[in-house]
Design a protein. Structure first.
Length: 215
């Protein structure tokens, strides 16, 4: 059973590397999308909750509605369609965030409304091929999951290393890297995680290949 599973991964690795948005082709660590809100605003888990909630409500619906609306639009107007769709949807997202988090949404500053033009939300318009609604739904959900994974991982590490807390509660350790709370620290941390992510992906490929070829 183990060898069969390894053989499946080995035979479909190229396809998984392209289609998977959670680990193999994570939108943040592998594609460099969504960096601005993570680097600047996601300094703790509370901010990550606000950003994650907004992206959860915004990314997939924008992709679905814009994919439907773009069917009748020329390619040169597709970027406007995606941005306008995200802008309209953001109105409801803002009210939902305000209802759930109140004035605390101010802690993420302008990076909440800037999600409207964030590449992770509207990048799909660059491709000339029209997207099926089922594909938009599937890829939207996978991209959202991959972004949330990176968002919460980075935010947790920055809060832990920079302040010695998680969700504002002390965990009994001293801050090991206060610079993690700064923008420059966010860039450094994401760079390290991206390198580690690629190493783990390549390691997985080698292990799967070895197991698939084992007698």
């Amino acid at each position: 059973m183990k060898q069969e599973r390894s053989l499946y991964y080995a035979e479909n690795m190229d396809r998984l590397m392209v289609r998977d948005r959670f680990f193999f082709n994570n939108p943040v660590f592998m594609q460099g999308l969504g960096l601005a809100p993570i680097v600047v605003a996601a300094t703790n888990l509370h901010n990550a909750l606000i950003l994650g909630f907004a992206v959860l409500l915004l990314l997939t619906p924008t992709r679905i509605i814009a994919a439907l609306a773009s069917r009748r639009n020329p390619f040169r107007f597709r970027g406007i369609t995606y941005a306008l769709t995200a802008s309209v949807l953001y109105i409801g997202v803002w009210f939902a965030c305000n209802r759930l988090f109140g004035v605390e949404i101010q802690s993420v500053g302008l990076y909440l409304p800037l999600l409207v033009v964030e590449p992770i939300i509207i990048k799909r318009y660059e491709r000339p091929q029209r997207e099926r609604l089922s594909t938009a739904l599937r890829k939207g959900l996978l991209t959202t999951a991959g972004f949330l994974l990176a968002l919460f991982l980075v935010a947790a590490l920055r809060e832990l290393l920079g302040a010695g807390t998680l969700l504002g509660h002390s965990v009994g350790i001293r801050p090991a890297l206060p610079m993690a709370q700064l923008t420059c620290g966010g860039f450094i941390l994401i760079g390290i995680l991206a390198a580690l992510w690629r190493w783990m992906r390549n390691l997985f490929k080698r292990i799967v290949s070895m197991e698939a070829n084992a007698k």
